[in-house]
Design a protein around this ligand. Structure first.
Ligand code: SF4
Length: 393
């Protein structure tokens, strides 16, 4: 008698928006890294994982990424420079018409020569981690020493090589009060974007470093202030409720100016490239909706921080996994959300961090504890955001 395949999640095919059809692809090229950062989400080791993709498999993976026509392609690690074939990999990606950004670690591999070699092989974009405006704060968050100075030196080499520079910052209890000072530090470096990561406490040891929901809401106000004064873009990672905040804030402004009747005016922004709210799509990263992560061993996931695999591209094409895996399709459907996220008016544009729900609640569709919005009180914004105290340092 044939065995019936049981699905673990309710599956409703949901039509993809244009940004979802061309996702951001982030690829953890290797697990190898000489650093031992306190909040490392992958448990990096000094040596590559036993299952790491070979150079040939890397080329095949790039071919598969190309099929997805990603709107952005980011190579991360571990330390991607720990792979001897990194220049070849960048070169091949460029020849396939992709423009990968490379996230680098401040290891002994990060030298002026290495950056120049990458640039000669076609690299145009590089991303550095800065977690504090001073060595003490930066290295306190990372739990390492000497990395602040190395990073600033490397940023200068990257600038001299003509690379476009971005900065990643992991927001924890130790640096949440330092963001304006970090903005002051990175402003003269001519960076293109500041990617602000909200901590997903994957290990028990970093649970105490997570800020509270009300502190996160306060930080959204700080982002507003920073964005008003800076030329670089901000992107928020693992806090999609930043979109809810932006929508509430914009509505509040328009209502204050008597230019809008109701928040229904904002429907449809996801599919309309000319819609005034299209920047919402770029402002935050969603798990599985317009974003896909590939591990060093070829596992395809909804997020860097959501460890459940949707399939492995050694056995099934990436585009098929991204578009059709049960897990990713289920994650894309807001009807599967439970708790406050399931009742929330903003679930179609937000949906909460599924990685944080999984890590903290043990349920991939549960509430995101970093959001304190109570569904049913969409307006006014003052009640949702401005009433909170400033995030603590
Ligand atoms: S309750 Fe959930 S869906 Fe609603 S804004 Fe918060 S995180 Fe987003």
């Amino acid at each position: 008698m044939p065995v019936r395949k049981r699905r673990r999640w309710p599956i409703n095919e949901v039509l993809m928006t244009s940004s979802e059809s061309h996702p951001i692809v982030m690829w953890e090229l290797t697990r190898a890294c000489d650093m031992h950062c306190r909040n490392c989400s992958i448990g990096a080791t000094g040596t590559p994982g036993a299952n790491e993709l070979t150079t040939y498999e890397v080329y095949k993976t790039i071919d598969q990424i190309d099929v997805l026509a990603p709107r952005e392609f980011i190579i991360t690690g571990g330390d991607p420079l720990a792979r001897e074939d990194i220049a070849q990999i960048i070169n091949y990606a460029r020849r396939r018409g992709l423009d990968p950004a490379l996230v680098v670690s401040p290891t002994h591999q990060l030298t002026a020569d290495a950056i120049t070699r990458l640039e000669r092989n076609g690299l145009t974009r590089i991303i550095f981690n800065i977690d504090g405006s001073s060595p003490a704060i930066h290295e306190g968050v990372k739990g390492t020493t000497g990395t602040f100075g190395i990073t600033l030196h490397a940023m200068r080499w990257a600038e001299q090589a003509g690379l476009s520079i971005e900065v990643n910052t992991l927001i924890t209890r130790h640096n949440a009060g330092d963001l304006r000072a970090i903005a002051d530090l990175i402003r003269p470096m001519g960076i293109k974007r500041w990617n602000l990561y909200f901590l997903v406490p994957i290990t028990a040891s970093n649970q105490s470093a997570m800020i509270t929901a009300s502190e996160a809401e306060s930080l959204f106000g700080t982002f507003d202030e920073i964005q008003r004064n800076e030329t670089f873009a901000l992107r928020v990672v693992e806090a999609p409720h930043y979109r809810r905040y932006l929508l509430q804030r914009n509505l509040q402004t328009r209502i204050d100016n008597a230019t809008v009747g109701s928040w229904e005016d904002f429907r449809g922004y996801e599919t309309d490239d000319d819609h005034p709210q299209r920047d919402l799509v770029a402002s935050a990263i969603d798990n599985a909706r317009g974003f896909v992560f590939i591990s060093h061993a070829g596992d395809v996931r909804a997020s860097e921080f959501l460890l459940a695999s949707a399939g492995n591209l050694r056995y099934r094409p990436l585009s098929q996994i991204y578009r059709g895996s049960d897990l990713l399709v289920a994650l894309r459907d807001p009807a599967n959300l439970t708790g406050r996220c399931g009742r929330c008016e903003f679930r179609h544009i937000c949906g909460g961090s599924r990685a944080r729900a999984w890590v903290t609640e043990g349920n991939i569709f549960a509430d995101d504890p970093l959001c304190d919005y109570e569904p049913g009180v969409a307006m006014p914004l003052q009640a949702a955001a401005h009433g909170h105290a400033e995030a603590s340092s």
